[in-house]
Design a protein around this ligand. Sequence first.
Ligand code: ZN
Length: 98
Amino acid sequence: MPLPASQTAARVGLTVRYVSHGTPVRPDGSQAFPSVCRAAIVTEVDPTYVGRVGLNVQNPNGVFHYPLADGGCEWLPPADGGFPHPGGTFHHLDECEA
Ligand SMILES: [Zn+2]
């Protein structure tokens, strides 16, 4: 998948956005906790694919680590008709609508 030009700038120490998964959707379509963008810092970049990075995610109630050793986080484009970016992925600040 081709990456946007800004994606090539992914590097250690860069501030990006991580998309939380949110809680499961109820039958009525609501969610207790919807998917939201969180502040995150790139801790490592996959040397074979710049679209996969390790992240340190800054949630209001705690910090989560997603190292490359555990799969890291991947950049993915917004989904059609859904949340702007899929849960569990990252994107750059200039790609964020939050
Ligand atoms: Zn965002």
